[in-house]
Design a protein around this ligand. Sequence first.
Ligand SMILES: [Zn+2]
Length: 307
Amino acid sequence: MLPKPQKKFALTFDLDENPLNSIICEDLVESDTVALLSEKWSATEFFLENFFKISDRINNLLGSEVPLTLFIRADKHVLNEYGSRDYFFEKYLPKLLEYQSLGHEIGLHLHLSKSDWVNDLKIENELSELKKFANQEGLNLHGIRFGGHNLAEKFVPILEELGFVYDSSMMPGRKRKDRHFNFDWTRTNKNIHKINASDFNRKHHHTYDLLEIPFTMFKIKAPYDSMPLDRYFDLNFANEYLINSINNDKSYTLAIAHPHSTIVLQKHEQNSLMSSGWDNFEKNLEFIKFKFSEFRFDTLSNFAKEF
Ligand SMILES: [Zn+2]
């Protein structure tokens, strides 16, 4: 058997809500079905319902079986819309188990507000219930990604206690503190590492067991930037901005995409860094195939196993 290539690539999707009244890309929709796009979560539901179609297309474009890592939302935004935080896990459990059995990974995606942070006991109980449910059903929730990169240090021991193996939220080199965001990853190690004090810009020396699989950052110059900025590798960025900015000099590369940008057409400002829709996504995959030909595709929990 040939040895596995050392360099690896993970393609991850965050299944977030889509803008209202957007349109699912025409060639993904069967001619006799009408996509319901007035609802906020239609891209997520469409993605989960049509996962094989989307995964097959990705495999064909990349010329390889690509195990995908899907971060599924379970938070109060889902609760407000569906009456249960765990709606997607409950409704799509058989599908999620099927995707997992084929080598894809299901992770958890939480968008917390700052007020949620104060209420960490409540979050702990809710996460504990979801984790128990997943364990009982055989769904391996090893990884978590926080929306807005809002991983507070106080959640790290909670996540460890609940049996999470890794977090994948940090963007090394970036910081932002305002009404919506609160993170400072300026001292964060760019490689896979055990989470430690410097991830939170602190001086004490504690190292946790929870791993961090940070986003791969590249200097990308958006049309409105005077200087290129460290940005994560987003497959929904316009192809012309990616191809000039992305290199393959790292041991692993983590790319992100969103169903709401990949399979849905959204209106963007002119000269936007973002370009939604399948055509742009497809161009970016073709670029990956060409640029990352010596990489193998894997899930983030397999990255963690190899750490
Ligand atoms: Zn998100």
